[in-house]
Design a protein around this ligand. Structure first.
Ligand SMILES: [Zn+2]
Length: 479
């Protein structure tokens, strides 16, 4: 598509704006909260809504893939997982095929939580030009964005420049149950021939500059269980006579990390990929400041005095957080209990090139060795609770280069290249099962309040977001 054609596409997107707002309004009105079993029919209704829209827009092979019964813990043991909606537009072998992923379920929301407007009524604040509503940015806005792009093409009588394969799930906010298996199963079937995957389910880092996201940290979550007496005891009666589990646990937990955030377990830092000058440069231009960090935390507790170090520690270095102690006294007042069994919880956010199995061994061995050095009469069981691996892509590959061009074209600036400190496990599943690259191309801003009250999407992000998604497909079709 020539420059002229993209201009036509952008003009059509502007022209269809009222229609696009209506589409998002209809989507937000469906209370597709996946974490609330009583609202499961609404989640299914949302998948039906997508099927209706996709049908109207001319998509083919539209299927609602059942994922079976939801595994425990559940209230209703027969409750069915919402289906994954699959659809395709075009199957021209001379074109590239892009798989787009999004989710149609949302986080819970109720006006009593402190919303200024009904969370399930998309409300347009015309002064600020902002759309408020649950799912506006996470992730109904971006999902409707893809549909909008197709509608604009249809209205112009233009073919899409690529074949599009949609994969929209309804369980993302509740652990994407069943999706890994479906992707593995469809990799050689429905998803056969996919050249690249584009996920629009994340956000700009800040509020001013668009970003492309090329990395996510992984997480390994551990427990240290220390067992002592057979039951909780009174310190006045037994204090001084027995070994106390809490004393051991605090010693071990204090050996994991220091107050500057430095991980004290030997061998982890050695596995971290060295910082290249090229990577270091990516941090120079990023729209972020320590003031923004302080605003986000409501404090002045930053461990770093400059944005580059702060971001590197969020994105490309591991961190260890102590989360809690199960079984310990945690109420107010002065209860004189000796807890019989305590379980310390901590996790490590992982980065390249930490090897998962090696990390687990180093961590568990460390806990056991520290415990041994205490000469305690108690017993220890340190183990991994769950893990998910990190993901990092080449930010200069064809898909990222196309997204960068699209962003520049629409927003007039080069995007920042960001990572995220948290995980989107499905990213890695797509990459591993489809053997293709994955691009995270966000629509909303860092202050959209995705899981919080008054979730919003700025109108400019919605409309320019549609343009960016459309332009991305065009630039990618030509690489
Ligand atoms: Zn999301």
């Amino acid at each position: 598509m020539s420059q002229l054609d993209l201009d036509k596409l952008f003009a059509k997107i502007e022209e269809l704006k009222p229609k696009f707002i209506e589409r998002l309004t209809d989507a937000v009105a469906i209370k597709s909260v996946s974490g609330d079993e009583s609202l499961r029919p609404e989640v299914v209704k949302m998948s039906d809504f997508l099927v209706k829209e996709l049908t109207t827009l001319g998509f083919k092979d539209i299927v609602q893939k059942p994922l079976g019964t939801q595994p425990p813990p559940v209230v209703n043991p027969d409750i069915q997982l919402p289906p994954v909606v699959l659809a395709r537009s075009g199957s021209d072998p001379s074109k590239k095929t892009v798989l787009i992923y999004g989710h149609y379920d949302v986080q819970p929301a109720s006006i009593e939580d402190g919303w200024n407007t009904d969370p399930f009524v998309l409300t347009h604040d015309k002064v600020k030009d902002i759309l408020y509503g649950r799912g506006s940015t996470d992730d109904k806005g971006p999902v409707m964005g893809w549909l909008n792009v197709v509608e604009a093409h249809n209205e112009l009588g233009l073919e899409l420049p690529v074949n599009l394969v949609c994969c929209f799930e309804g369980m993302e906010e509740s652990g994407s149950l069943g999706l890994d298996d479906l992707i593995a199963k469809e990799a050689s079937d429905y998803f056969k021939g996919v050249d690249t995957v584009c996920i629009s389910d994340n956000y700009w880092l800040g509020t001013k500059k668009p970003v492309l996201t090329y990395g996510l940290r992984g997480v390994h979550y551990y427990e240290i269980a220390i067992k002592g007496p057979g039951a909780d005891l009174h310190s006045g009666v037994f204090g001084g006579m027995i070994g106390e589990p809490m004393t051991d646990l605090i010693k071990i937990m204090s050996s994991l990390v220091d107050s500057q955030g430095k991980i004290l377990i030997k061998g982890i830092a050695d596995m971290v990929a060295p910082l290249t000058p090229e990577e270091d440069k990516l941090y120079d231009t990023i729209d972020f400041s320590i003031d923004e960090l302080n605003a986000a935390t409501g404090s002045k507790t930053s461990l770093h005095d400059n944005k580059k170090d702060a971001l590197k520690h969020r994105w490309r270095y591991p961190s260890l957080s102590l989360h809690g102690v199960e079984g310990a006294f945690s109420g107010v007042g002065a209860k004189t209990v000796i807890p019989a069994k305590v379980i310390g919880k901590f996790s490590i956010r992982t980065v390249p090139n930490i090897e998962p199995a090696k990390l687990d061994k180093i961590v568990i061995d460390h806990c056991n060795e520290v415990f041994k050095s205490l000469n305690s009469v108690n017993s220890i069981d340190a183990h991994l609770l769950h893990d998910g691996n990190y993901w990092v892509s080449d930010p200069y590959n064809d898909s990222f280069a196309s997204a960068a061009k699209a962003t520049k074209h629409v927003w007039g600036v080069e995007p920042d290249y960001t990572r995220e400190g948290g995980s989107i496990p499905i990213t890695l599943t797509f990459e591993n099962e489809l053997k293709t690259g994955v691009l995270l191309l966000p629509m909303g801003r860092g202050d959209d309040g995705a899981h919080s009250i008054n979730e919003k999407l700025d109108m400019s992000n919605y409309i320019n977001g549609c343009k960016t998604l459309g332009a991305y497909l065009h630039y990618y079709s030509k690489v």
